[in-house]
Ligand binder design. Structure first.
Ligand code: HEC
Length: 152
């Protein structure tokens, strides 16, 4: 009877050690995410217009774009160097972590001038790629350049 108990105790210790080992081997994603949040905002929710929110984006997208920076297939002034310091496992963990957080839209002020520019750009894209469309596009580009010069 005593031997059996000892056996069980030994087995439980072994399992305990294995779990401790696993916990140590798995990357501490929340700890890693703190670095990201310095730029991307608390919980991956950005408050500024120059920084994208990353919370709530799809896991596949997050992993894909980070792996592209790591391999050099895609370049980013801010992300390329940084992401090279992470293992594939850490990148996968970060992607899963941010994908699970809620997407939080931030209200942004958009002036009428920006909306007009967006409308113009969309219309430019939709214009047929024939001679007339291209002449109209050229006139627009020249007009915009003139406006910029006049402002300067
Ligand atoms: C020094 C600031 C900084 C840090 C730290 C940082 N990022 Fe970024 N990140 C940026 C900027 C700026 C962009 C905008 C794209 C660019 O610069 O090419 C970006 C873009 C991204 C994007 C693309 C978002 C989109 O909408 O396509 C993802 C994903 C991302 N970062 C994830 C991370 C993760 C994960 C970490 C932590 C490991 C991290 N970032 C740390 C500055 C940072």
């Amino acid at each position: 009877m005593h031997k059996v108990h000892q056996g069980i105790a030994t087995a439980m210790t072994a399992v305990g050690l294995m779990l401790a080992g696993l916990a140590q081997a798995a990357p501490n994603i929340e700890g890693l995410a703190r670095t990201c949040n310095n730029c991307h905002g608390t919980g991956g929710v950005s408050v500024g217009t120059s920084m994208p929110s990353i919370a709530g984006l799809s896991e596949a997208y997050l992993k894909h774009i980070m792996m592209e920076w790591k391999s050099g297939a895609r370049a980013s002034a801010n992300m390329t160097r940084l992401i090279k310091g992470y293992t594939d496992e850490e990148i996968a963990g970060l992607a899963a972590y941010y994908a699970k957080l809620p997407w939080t839209p931030q209200p942004q002020k958009v002036g009428a001038d920006i909306l007009a520019k967006g409308k113009e750009a969309t219309e430019d894209q939709q214009r047929p790629q024939d001679g007339r469309g291209q002449r109209a596009r050229r006139r627009r580009v020249l007009r915009r350049a003139r406006q910029v010069r006049e402002r300067a």
